[in-house]
Design a protein around this ligand. Structure first.
Ligand code: PLP
Length: 368
C-alpha cells in the first residue's frame, strides 16, 4: 500500500478563518469593503511600518513598488539571482535592468560586500530578497543605499516575522513587499502587501492598484494604473490569519527546531544557519546535501510518500533571461552551488513530530 503523502506545505486554516470569510460572503460586499482596511491596519501594526497597502499578489506589490519609486527605462537595480522569478520580473515590466550580485553562502541572501563594485551611474535601487525567511543584511544594505543615494525595495514575500540586528522588513527599506500565497507564513489565497513609512509611496501604490484613480472620483484616472486590488474575502482571511500569527510562528519554530535536532548530526547534511542577532521567519525548511547525493535523497523521500523539492531556481539561468542578457552558468558560483544542494522538506504549522521523524530518517537513510 502506498504510504500517505506528507505534503511540502499546507495552510493553517480553521473555524476562525471560515467565520470571518463567511461573514464577508454574507455581507454581499466582496471588494473594497471594510476588511481591506482592517487587514491593512493590522498588518502595518504587525510589520511595524506606518502604512501597508494590500494588493492582489506579491508580484503585484513588487511591480507597484518599482512604479511607485519612479524606476524605469535605462535604470539599473542591484538584486540576487537566488530567488523566485517575481523579484526580477517586477523590474523587467518597467524596462529596468536587473544587475545580479551573488549570495552569501550561509544565508543565501545578497552578498553585501559585492554590491558596491556593481554600482554605476544608472543604479537607482537595491532589491534584497529575504530568502526562505532569512533576512538580508539590511544594516549593511541601508548604509550603502544612503552613501550612494539609492532606494531600497525589500522582497519580504518569504519573511513575515523575520528580523536581523533588531531590524524587521520594511523598517529600513523604502518599501517591503509581502506575499500571501497559500504556502507563505500567512495566506489570503492569492495576495500581497506593500509596507512603507512613506506617505507619498503609500498613496501612489493605492492609486496604482486601483486603476490610477485618486480620491473618490471613480471615473477619473490620473495615471496609468492596474487592477491589483485585494478582494474583501481574501482580506478577511488575511486578518483572521494575522490574529493567530504568533501561534503559527511558534509552531513553525518548533518544527524547525525538531528538524534541526534530528538532522544536524547526519553526515553530509547542512541545516539552516541563522546569523547571530537574527530571527528566522521560517517560510520553508531547507537543508543542503552534497550535490552528487541530492537526486538520491529526493528519490528516497518520494518513495516514502514525502513531498520535497529543490529550492529555488536561479533567475539568471531561466531561458528568457539567458536570451535577453546573455547570462551563463558560472556567473554566480555561490548561488549555483547552493542550487545544486538544496532540498525543501515538508514544513508547515502543525506538522506532526512523527512526520518530522519519518522525513529525517528517510534523509538519513539515503545518505548513510
Ligand atoms: C512568493 C514570492 C513572491 C510573490 O509571489 P506571488 O505569487 O506573486 O504572491 C515574490 N518573491 C518571492 C521571493 C517569493 O517567494
Amino acid at each position: 500500500m502506498k504510504q500517505p503523502k506528507i505534503p511540502l506545505s499546507r495552510p493553517y486554516l480553521d473555524a476562525r478563518d471560515e467565520r470571518r470569510v463567511l461573514a464577508v460572503l454574507r455581507s454581499g460586499q466582496l471588494s473594497m469593503g471594510p476588511e481591506q482596511r482592517a487587514f491593512e491596519d493590522r498588518a502595518a501594526k504587525r510589520i511595524g511600518t506606518r502604512y501597508a497597502a494590500a494588493v492582489s499578489s506579491g508580484t503585484a506589490g513588487l511591480h507597484l513598488s518599482v512604479r511607485g519609486l519612479g524606476l524605469g527605462s535605462g535604470d539599473e537595480v542591484i538584486t540576487t539571482p537566488f530567488s523566485f522569478i517575481a523579484s526580477s520580473n517586477c523590474l523587467l515590466y518597467e524596462n529596468v535592468t536587473p544587475v545580479f550580485v551573488d549570495v552569501d553562502d550561509a544565508t543565501l541572501t545578497i552578498a553585501v560586500e559585492q554590491i558596491e563594485r556593481r554600482i554605476t551611474k544608472r543604479t537607482k535601487a537595491i532589491l534584497p530578497v529575504h530568502v526562505f525567511g532569512q533576512m538580508a543584511d539590511m544594516k549593511g544594505i541601508s548604509r550603502l543605499a544612503r552613501k550612494h543615494g539609492l532606494a531600497v525595495i525589500e522582497d519580504a514575500c518569504e519573511a513575515l516575522g523575520a528580523s536581523r540586528d533588531g531590524i524587521r522588513p520594511g523598517v529600513r527599506g523604502d518599501a517591503a513587499v509581502f506575499g500571501f500565497y497559500p504556502n507563505k507564513q500567512i495566506t489570503t489565497g492569492e495576495g500581497g502587501l506593500v509596507a512603507t513609512n512613506s506617505k507619498r509611496l503609500d498613496r501612489l501604490v493605492r492609486s496604482l492598484r486601483n486603476q490610477g484613480r485618486a480620491g473618490s472620483a471613480w471615473l477619473e484616472h490620473r495615471t496609468l494604473g492596474y487592477n491589483y486590488r485585494l478582494d474583501d474575502l481574501s482580506a478577511a482571511l488575511g486578518a483572521a490569519q494575522l490574529e493567530k500569527f504568533d501561534e503559527m510562528q511558534q509552531l513553525r519554530r518548533q518544527a524547525a527546531r525538531r528538524y534541526s535536532e534530528s538532522l544536524s548530526e547526519v553526515p553530509g547534511v547542512r541545516v539552516p544557519e541563522t546569523p547571530t542577532g537574527a530571527v528566522h521567519g521560517w517560510f520553508v525548511y531547507v537543508i543542503r546535501v552534497p550535490a552528487a547525493a541530492r537526486a538520491r535523497v529526493l528519490r528516497a523521500l518520494d518513495r516514502e510518500g514525502i513531498q520535497a523539492k529543490p529550492y529555488l531556481s536561479l533567475l539568471h539561468l531561466q531561458p528568457f533571461m539567458k536570451r535577453r542578457f546573455g547570462f551563463k552558468r558560472g556567473d554566480f558560483p555561490v548561488a549555483e552551488q547552493a542550487m545544486k544542494e538544496t532540498i525543501a522538506l515538508p514544513f508547515f504549522p502543525g506538522i506532526s513530530h512523527a512526520a518530522i521523524k519519518k522525513v529525517s530518517s528517510a534523509v538519513k537513510g539515503a545518505l548513510t
